[in-house]
Design a protein around this ligand. Sequence first.
Ligand code: PMV
Length: 309
Amino acid sequence: MIASAPAKVILFGEHAVVYGEPAIAVAIDMRTYVHAEKSEEYSVNGYPMNSRYHAYIKNAIDLCWEGEPLSIRTKSQIPSASGMGSSASITVATLTALLAMKKEIDEEKIAKMGFEVEYRTQGRASPIDTSTVTHGQGILVHKVKRENYLWKVEKNGVVWYIHHVKIPSLRLVVGFSGIKGSTREMVEKVRRFYSWNSFARDVIREIGRITLEALSPLQDEDYERIGELMTQDNKLLTILGVSHPMLKKMINVAMKHSYGAKLTGAGGGGSIIALTDEQDEVARAIEEVGGRAYKVSISKEGFRVENHF
Ligand code: PMV
């Protein structure tokens, strides 16, 4: 069985989502492919399966596979540790292959199992990455149920409502700094700031407000306004202390040819995204200052069963 899942970027609301504010993420057209077949023993890409090196795949198998051992092969277009959701993508592609073998394919089931696998592997997770790469297009995560509700994810008394968001055909450039940002450290840094400073709490709320404000320009394909809101969001994230000199550099050069730009994901390294009509110029500018650029568009599809590997 062969299956695939896309990458994702967070458009609005990272960090604030940890405090119950809304966030919007989109699936992008880079994919991870997983090939699973019955075998004598468990292996991944020709090596014996190992809980350290193949943690996401092993946890996915432990969660939903009771059959014979499997030989798994993977192929990915997504750079790891870039904030593009490579772990969510491999998790969801693996689950899709396994559930397809069991003839139990179901979007909500894949998204919930995907969250559970990330949670077991990372010790903490919000469902934003796994729900986005399962569903495709765009999703909004919020603590309250709204229009276009898809499903809810619950863990330790926290509830996240996942909603479909119609996303226009955005052209984005992802600029990867090549620096691995630690999500855990960045979340912890914001938590310290949040707990002693009421200004930080205001900033978090303002990020939530911007996220909801972005819904209508996204609906109306108002790129100017989407870009402005992205840039505002970036200023607030910078105040929270999760930017990095390399991210600032890439944002500065990207802005010359973009509607807006911001860091995406946890920050402290990782990546930026720029919304632009001039993907080539932006990509060139990012590479000139030492970043790695990826020209991407929205992926309409989330998980997918494939005919070819
Ligand atoms: O680095 P990423 O893309 O996994 O995003 C992290 C997003 C945070 O809001 C910082 C944390 C979270 O779990 O939502």
